[in-house]
Design a binder for this molecule. Structure first.
Ligand code: GLN
Ligand code: ZN
Length: 758
């Protein structure tokens, strides 16, 4: 049995690409130096896969920022405002990803969105009526040849035209259908160049097929591939899907004559059934996604082997064992985790270890006496119950939760009155999302403490000093609701994980979130509980530095779960409720210590929302939203609960967000032109709102006029008494200077708008 990898992590084993890119942005290294770092990463990735013995190794899965952006640029979907800057190709590309502010002009970045149900984010291509789609680059060809030069034969990964068209945003009258023809001919030209360069297999990634499809989508898909498959230039075409099953289009896909079809048997709840009910085309290779590309637990070999066995009955022998999706979503390698005892690590498989899993399973599947294998026995042991996972008290507490624990009283409108009366804030209160710039010295302080180089007292004293400065800065800027700045946190989830029982941590397990930004999700090992208060001392100290209100800052249970690697031996609902109870204790402790505004971030609420609408409530929202309410239902009427969300589409789950029953929600809006406001109006959204007035993911300083304009637009849709003024998200990735300049403009804008009201 042959093996296939859909895509490999590309940020570098030690995040080399991140660091090199950041140096390039800061003009510390040249373009040539950045290119050479990228080349080394690609080489290491290919060799790791080749040495492991993988048969179908991807190329063109590398990206400097994002693969969808690469594809948009490859086919010349570059809005005029970026072309007009007159930058080099690579700089134009980064301008689209990050925005540009400099001597050549001033433009915002393209919108960024969550990549399906992952914590990866892609850049949304923007297609205007006058966009001329044509092949305008060589990246896939160059990377194919580069691999070949290193003695590695690869299958070339391309974002499929259907997914590209469906994910793009159309600014004019034209729609996806209008661009299908020129796009297909551009792909066709690319295929011919790839064939001429010796490519054999082309993998078209079409994850959009796992979503709910309309009739016109199916027509569009069929039209595109009927045309593309007509002239294959002697290439073999693999249609690769992932993140779910393709129930709306399975038969059509099978009938089109692909050389390979890649299906996800893990997240695709109906995939096995689709194959067994409808059969599978005889001449086609089935790339069976059975090794999890998203989670870090060891594959359960006997289970996978029995799935393969069933599959062979319905689909025959033409099976290639594959990852379920790109390995982009898991860390590189366990080799950097020397700090974790073997009792833990033997349960984990990161990208590198997953290569070995593919090989092991394929090998055992080929041996007839496979079930006797030593490897299999060793693997089986890992799936007996782990005793150190169980905390009886936690399980009992979850069982004891009753319906009334999910309901906060009095109801929203009454609380709103009480809170306004008590707080006496001006109209359009200004605030931030929580974190302030994490400068080198802030990080150094944390590292030094972790390594034992400074004492706890020294560590605390430093952070207190930072908090004091941060509060003074916010007072100077004139913000209304202050924050402590989150200097003690490396990451909004890892920090809480570290203070909860039931978690384990890695050193190097970084996963790309967007561009150069990586996250290091902690691993939920067992039942979760809170030992002692986590944030109370910091918030209390911040409050003691000012007479203004200080907002306590927590991460919500759904986000903590979604940004951790979850257990697979209990449901995610159960784990989430365990976390919710822990955070509830923290909320009540903050309140008891005089913190009467508490923000509970749910940045990742939408992350595990099922891709199919019919599953939204029954599979997810029906427990995720109550889990959030469980966290805050115990506070007094005058305690104001905020929540914050970013980088996801909310428009379609507005009622669910209102049902979180927070008092205020701040969210990302500036990158998507405030489209969400209409949805708020339509749904009679009750919660007070702070749609971000500027994009913090770019170093650009927004002007006062720009913020006033954004606020004016918001006021057309939102009642003045419900509107808050804040940036899009936390400021930790920004520098001190631009942060102060931006916030000064934000406060100035709020003041101008206040005068307009009077
Ligand atoms: N409170 C967090 C911060 O400001 C929120 C981060 C986020 O939404 N991703 O950093
Ligand atoms: Zn955010």
């Amino acid at each position: 049995m042959k093996t296939s990898v859909i895509g490999y992590p590309r940020i570098g084993k030690n995040r080399e690409l991140k660091f090199a890119s950041e140096k390039f942005f800061g003009r510390e290294i040249s373009e040539a130096e950045l290119l050479s770092v990228a080349k080394e990463i690609r080489r290491d990735n290919w060799l790791a896969q080749k040495n492991a013995g993988i048969d179908y190794i991807p190329s063109n899965d590398f990206s400097f920022y994002d693969g969808i952006l690469d594809t948009a640029v490859l086919f010349h979907a570059i809005p005029n405002r970026y072309q007009e800057l007159g930058l080099s190709d690579l700089e134009t590309y980064f301008a689209m990803a990050r925005g540009y502010q400099g001597e050549k002009g001033n433009v915002k970045a393209l919108a960024m969105k969550k990549w399906f149900n992952t914590n990866y984010h892609y850049i949304v291509p923007e297609i205007d009526d006058d966009t001329k789609i044509c092949l305008s680059g060589k990246k896939p060809v160059e990377e194919l040849l580069e691999a070949k030069n290193q003695g590695v034969k690869t299958k070339v990964v391309l974002t499929g035209p259907f997914t590209l068209l469906k994910l793009a945003r159309y600014t004019g009258k034209k729609t996806a259908e209008d661009f299908a023809l020129p796009l297909v001919s551009a792909y066709d030209e690319l295929l011919s160049e790839l064939a001429a360069s010796g490519a054999e297999w082309i993998q078209f990634d079409e994850p959009y097929l796992v979503r709910d499809l309309l009739k016109k989508d199916i027509l569009l898909f069929k039209a595109i591939y009927t045309s593309l498959l007509l002239e294959k230039h002697s290439l073999k075409i693999l249609l690769q899907t992932y993140f779910g099953d393709i129930r709306d289009i399975y038969e059509e896909v099978c009938a089109l004559g692909f050389d390979g079809i890649g299906l996800d048997f893990l997240e695709g709840r109906k995939t096995a059934e689709l194959v067994s009910k409808n059969g599978f085309p005889k001449e086609t290779l089935l790339f069976a996604g059975l090794v999890n590309g998203k989670n870090i637990w060891k594959n359960h070999y006997s289970k996978t082997l029995s799935s393969l066995c069933d599959l062979q009955k319905s689909a025959g022998e033409n099976i290639v064992l594959s990852t379920s999706c790109s390995l982009l979503h898991v860390p590189y390698s366990l080799s950097g985790e020397s700090g974790l005892p073997k009792e833990y690590t033997r349960h984990f498989a990161f990208a590198e270890e997953k290569l070995q899993e593919l090989i092991d399973i394929a090998h055992i599947a080929d041996e007839k006496a496979g079930s006797e294998s030593e490897i299999l026995k060793e693997n089986e042991v890992l799936f007996t119950k782990r005793a150190d996972c169980v905390d009886e008290a936690v399980q009992k507490r979850v069982k004891a939760i009753s319906e009334k624990d999910y309901i906060r009283l009095p109801e929203f409108s009454e609380r709103e009155k009480i809170q306004k009366e008590k707080q006496q804030l001006p109209l359009f209160p200004t605030t931030t999302i929580g974190s302030f710039p994490q400068t080198g010295e802030v990080r150094k302080n944390r590292t030094a403490f972790r390594k034992g180089e400074i004492s706890e007292e020294q560590y605390i004293a430093f952070n207190r000093e930072k908090i004091k400065e941060c509060i003074a800065l916010q007072e100077e800027i004139g913000l209304d609701v202050l924050v402590h700045g989150e200097f003690e946190r490396n990451d909004m989830v890892e920090y809480f994980g570290e203070h909860l029982c039931g978690y384990v941590f890695t050193r190097q397990a970084w996963v790309q979130s967007y561009g150069t930004r990586c996250v290091k999700p902690p691993i939920i090992w067992g039942d979760v509980s809170r030992k002692d208060p986590i944030t109370v001392e910091w918030s209390k100290y911040a409050k003691s530095c000012t007479d203004k209100p200080v907002k306590g800052m927590l991460t919500g249970p759904v986000t903590i779960l979604n940004w951790s690697f979850p257990r697979e031996d209990i449901s995610i609902k159960e784990s989430t409720l365990q976390i919710a109870l822990s955070i509830r204790d923290e909320v009540l402790d903050l309140e008891a210590n005089g913190i009467d505004i508490i923000q509970i971030d749910e940045a990742a609420l939408r992350e595990k929302l099922p891709l199919r609408k019919s599953d939204w409530y029954s599979e997810y929202l029906d427990w995720a939203i109550p889990a959030f309410r469980l966290v805050h239902s115990g506070v007094k009427a005058e305690t104001q609960i905020h929540t914050h969300m970013c980088y996801s589409e909310f428009t379609d789950i507005i009622p669910a967000i209102d049902a979180m029953d927070a008092d205020v929600i701040t969210f990302e809006a500036s990158r998507s032109d405030l489209l969400i406001l209409d949805a708020l109006v339509e749904n009679h959204f009750k919660t007070e709102v702070g749609p971000g007035v500027y994009d913090i993911h770019s170093p650009r300083v927004p002007s006062v006029d720009e913020i006033v304009a954004a606020l004016s637009k918001m006021r057309e849709k939102i009642d003045d008494r419900k509107l808050w003024v804040n940036p899009d998200c936390g400021l930790k990735t920004r520098g001190n200077e631009e942060t102060k300049a931006s916030l000064l403009n934000l406060v100035a804008a709020a003041k101008i708008v206040r005068v307009q009201v009077k």
